[in-house]
Design a binder for this molecule. Structure first.
Ligand SMILES: [Zn+2]
Length: 344
């Protein structure tokens, strides 16, 4: 890439907060770049709403041109990895299954109990796996319809299906949906507005989706409308109040302009969910997300920070990652991700 990709006809300026419509804001970052696609030519501004405290991009890509930002995106991958990664993902799958069987199914084998005990002793790993299961809860065979919005290549759908859930996935990325279909999963191209009026679910999951969406209020309302009474919405998104942002600033992995249009805080999401009709919102801990976000942010520091700070960065790399994990684990307010379950 040698020049600006985002000409003025492809971007729009917001005159108010896309979450609460407040017109007052302050500048959080004035020239962040898309480090994932290595585009140093287009600079983005992230504003902070004075009223609800979410951060939003303005200018941002118009909805009609946002697809250009996803040319190098990772949900395209078929999930084919190196042998080492395959082994890790198999181990994680076994651990998740054992945790699910013991915690939610109560019909577990001796091996399940053994793995569960090991995982439980290392409590952050237990919490990490539970968040990877998306805190899905016990399976009720009469209430087992699950929708994953932004299902990507269907990894989570496949896992939930293996537990007995009747799964449906939707995603805007047709390549990713093709991969999900090739795994025999019920997936299709579309967004939440493409659902039929009478398509109802008992659980809906939104994993790292809402930060990409132009109309969060409508998205959450649609989720509510497509849930059966007693159903639940599981949602996860980067936290703009996270310790990682304090430490890494414009190099924080969660910023990801211009794909992340809005970055939330817990209070703003809570009120959005309650406004849409959900009666209870519970917050969960996603352990080890500080390690993930720390490692990713360090890569950006290595790649994009000026060389004078290079040695300083190398020395503090691992202590810094550990610091982010510990703080985000202990202090819910500073967590890297906001992980919520809302009940209808
Ligand atoms: Zn606002």
């Amino acid at each position: 890439m040698t020049k600006k990709q985002w000409s003025s006809d492809k971007i729009e300026v917001l005159d108010k907060c896309p979450v609460c419509n407040c017109k007052n804001n302050s500048i959080l970052f004035s020239s962040i770049i898309d480090m994932m696609s290595n585009n140093v030519f287009d600079k983005w501004t992230l504003l902070r709403c004075i009223e609800c405290n979410v951060a939003y991009l303005s200018p941002r890509p118009k909805e009609s041109s946002i697809h250009l930002a996803y040319n190098c995106y990772y949900t395209h991958s078929s999930g084919s990895h190196s042998i080492k990664k395959e082994k890790i993902s198999l181990l994680l799958k076994n651990l998740k299954n054992s945790l699910y069987n013991v915690k939610y199914k109560k019909k577990a084998s001796l091996k399940d109990y053994l793995l569960y005990s090991i995982v439980f002793i290392i409590f952050p790993i237990y919490l990490f796996l539970d968040s990877k299961i998306r805190h899905i809860g016990a399976l009720d065979t009469k209430k087992n319809k699950l929708l994953d919005i932004g299902c990507g290549n269907g990894d989570y759908l496949a896992f939930a299906k293996s537990l007995g859930w009747d799964v449906t996935g939707i995603d805007l990325d047709s390549n990713a949906v093709d991969v999900a279909l090739s795994k025999g999963l019920n997936a299709r191209v579309g967004d939440v507005f493409s659902l039929k009026n009478d398509e109802m679910f008992d659980a809906i999951t939104l994993s790292h989706v809402i930060e990409h969406v132009y109309n969060p209020n409508e998205l959450i309302q649609q989720c509510y409308d497509h849930l059966n009474p007693g159903g639940k919405l599981w949602l996860e998104t980067p936290n703009i109040n996270s310790i990682g942002l304090n430490v890494y600033k414009e190099y924080w992995r969660g910023l990801e302009p211009p794909r992340h249009l809005i970055l939330y805080n817990r209070a703003a999401l809570n009120s959005l969910l309650i406004k849409s009709g959900f009666h209870t919102v519970k917050s969960k801990t996603h352990a080890l997300s500080g390690l993930y976000m720390g490692i990713q942010s360090e890569k950006y520091l290595d790649q994009f920070m000026n060389s004078q700070s290079f040695i300083y960065n190398k020395i503090f790399k691992y202590p810094r990652i550990l610091f982010v994990e510990i703080i985000q684990f202990i202090f819910n307010k500073k967590s890297e991700f906001i992980t919520l379950i809302a009940y209808k």
